[in-house]
Each structure stands twice: as structure tokens, then as C-alpha cells.
Design a binder for this molecule. Sequence first.
Ligand code: CAO
Length: 452
Amino acid sequence: MAEQQIKVPDIGGFDAVEVIEVLISPGDRIEPEQSLITLESDKASMEVPSEVAGEVQQVHVSVGDTVSEGAPIATVTLVTEGNGQPQPEKADAEPRAEESEPPLPSSASEPPEQGMARDAVDDAAAVSAAPPAASAADGAIDRDGHRAAHASPSVRRYARSLGVDLSRVQGSGRKGRIRSEDVEAHVKQAMQGQAAAGAGPAVAESGAGIPPIPEQDFSRFGEVERVPLTRIQRLSGPHLHRSWLNVPHVTQFDEADITELEAFRQSLKKEAEARGVKVTPLAFLVRAAASALATFPRFNASLSADGQELIIKHYCHIGVAVDTPEGLVVPVLRDADRKGVMEIAEALGTLSAKAREGKLAPADMQGGCFSISSLGGIGGTAFTPIVNAPEVAILGVSKSQTRPVWDGESFQPRLMLPLSLSYDHRVIDGAMAARFTAYLSQVLGDLRRLVL
Ligand code: CAO
């Protein structure tokens, strides 16, 4: 059987170029155009393809060797086909510095990747600065980063086939070069991350590419104990994370003068107690929020999954965050727009008692249009609540305080209630949010407005 020695072809005038990858071993069956070795100059890396089909008898180069045009790469026994003749050469011996790969999945308009020519030193820096593998394999691809990544064409092809963004892969080769094992490790880590976090955070983690916080052994610094998260905390954590990462949040702060509201509330106390109900400022807030949602229907909406439409709801169910020993839950008060303050207070009492006893059914926590998180019974002057997606806004309420307020002639002691409205800026703009809180402030300042 005929043997042939495959040699380094014309590599564009480069001399003494380093072999950074040997892709064949003795005994391998090779096909024309199959990559044999990868060379790297200080300007570019390139793969040398085979010209023939055959079986590798001997490999004449090793990683780290330097080669020039004409240096032997391998000796192969040519494979003959049908007519007993050695198979004709199919590939030219030009090294491939260009790849014709499919376009990146993130963009149909992007041209195929143009070659590997790049500065190796910059690449090494780019790769080492890239976040370690954490995201899935892989949501949006950073096209510039992917192109600049320090990897051979075959590794690029491999990464492409798995949908991996090379800019997120940590290279373990020389100068941070990404090897196929690094791509595999990246995929493995991403899959493990998703599995460990359950179905919940997959969307957020795959899209955002957030580098994980490295694990630390805290016992090196002092005594520690490990406490498992409660079931509610394990479930609500991914939901909060998803909302926080997916929704572009803005928080609008305002305050309402609730001096008269508080006087009215105090006057209701006896009547409420007789009915076994506790009326807190929260019941008024739920009623005022229902009225605000009717006035500003964009707040009573959700974005469609493709982000192209707004789904406006013609019902008004308001979720209320309840702090329980097991963690935060958000039971939903149905048809808040059709209930009076006393009825709302009664429903709030029932729901929060159920929540604290761990007796809420899944249906009790579904269907919310808007949420209220009140820390008014505890303290604080303002906070930035996380929108309870797919809702588009949440009202945070802090502790009311009597403060001197200028009425144009003198300072008056007024009971002021801080409001913090976080909203999804894709749906609501700042002016609308300011109108919403101004409306709430007006209604809470003068409850007669609720009947207008
Ligand atoms: N300003 C001043 N005082 C307030 C107030 C406010 N904004 N809101 C409530 N209060 C008062 C109440 O009037 C009550 O006082 P009195 O007993 O003298 O009337 C006291 O604070 C305690 O109220 P409460 O907390 O029992 O009742 P509530 O209706 O205000 O709240 C509930 C009910 C279930 C929402 C609340 O108990 C709770 O769990 N809040 C925490 C919610 C939370 O954790 N949010 C954060 C989410 S993000 O992590």
C-alpha cells in the first residue's frame, strides 16, 4: 500500500511556527480536509488539514515543536477505493485560517466567522478576564467576545455545535487558550447549575451569564453552622432572582399625608373590633391601590412572553407580602376594587393568619395583578421592593411619621406615609409612575376621592 508523508504547506511566509495542538495519533483513520495540527504564530492560529484519506502510521510533530514550510507532519498509508487507486487529493494543502461555520444562533444577520487572525496576547487577556463558566450553554452569545476568544478552529466548531459562547469559557491552555475540554467543563458546570437550582432560575441564569460567587470555607475565619433554607425560601428565592434579573426596575418615591385617614381609622377601631376585625393602614392602601389601578390600567397588566403586547387585566386582585416564620409569601386578595375597607381588612386578617399558619393553598397565591409590601408595622423610611413578575409594579410602604409640613404659612404636624413604587420600565415610564404615586397620595390624603 502506498505511503505518503504529509508536510507543512505554505503558511503565508511564517517561519518557525509553534505547534499548539496535535489532532491525530498513529492508527487514526483520516479523511481529506480533516485537521491534523494547529499552528500558532504571534499573529494567528491556523489548522493544517490533510490532503488525503488514509491511516496514520507515524506522527512527526509534538505540541511545542516549531515548524516551517516543508516540515513533515505525519506518514500515512493511503486508502484506496473501488478502482484500487489511491484516493485523489481532495483538499488543497492551504492551512485553514478561515472557517465556514453556521452563523451564531443569536443573530441571523451576522456573517460567518472570519478567520482566526488575532493578537494572541490580547486574546489571553480577554479570556482570562472573561467570567468563569457559569451560564448555561448558552443564551445570548457575546459575538465580539466569542470572536476574540483564544481557541483553535476545531474548538470553535465544537463550541458552536453546543451553542457555547467562547467569551464565557475559561481557557486552561497556554496563554489561556480554550481547549475542547474547557468547553465540555463549561457545559457541564452550566447544566449542573441549572439542575441544582431546579426549574426556577434557568431563565435568569442562562440569559444573564452572571459569574457565580466563589465558594468559600468560612470555617477558616471562625465557627460556623449550616442552616437549611425553608421550603418557602427555596421556592421564593429563584422567583425573586428571576424577577430581579428580568425586569428593568425603577423605584419612584413619594409620600402621602394620612393625618385625616389615621383619625378616621382610629374612629373605626371600636366598630371594627366589634366585628372581630383589625383595621390597619394597609386596608386603606389596598383600596386606594385598586382605585389607582382602575385609573392607570397600564399598571394592571403583564407583558406577553414575546414582549410584543401588553395584556391588560379587567379584574383587580392584589397580592400582599406577608412575613412568616418560614419566609415571605404573597397571598392574593381577590376583587379588591369591589370591596370596602372593612371587608378588605377582614380578608387581610384571614389571609395573613393562614399564611403564618402555613395553610395557604396554591390558589390563594395565584392571579395577582399588583402587589403591596408593607413594612410600616416595623419601620424604615423607604425601600426598593422587587416587582413580582409577571406583574409590572409593586408598592412598598414604610412607617408613617409625624413631621412638620409647611402649609404656606406655617409648619403643621402631619402624619406622613412613605411610598416606594417599583415598576417595570419596559411597560411604565417615569412620568406615569410619578402620576400613579401622586394619585395614591391624593386619595390617601382625602379618602372622599375614592367615591369620585
Ligand atoms: N405606618 C405606621 N404604622 C403602621 C403602618 C404604617 N405604614 N402599617 C401598619 N402600622 C401599624 C399598625 O397599625 C399596627 O399598629 P396598631 O396595632 O397600633 O394598630 C402595627 O403597625 C402592626 O401592624 P401589622 O403589621 O400587624 O399589620 P399590617 O396590616 O400593617 O400588615 C402584614 C400586615 C401581614 C402585611 C404584615 O404583618 C407583614 O407581614 N408585613 C411584612 C411584609 C414584608 O415582609 N414585606 C417585605 C417584602 S420584601 O422582603
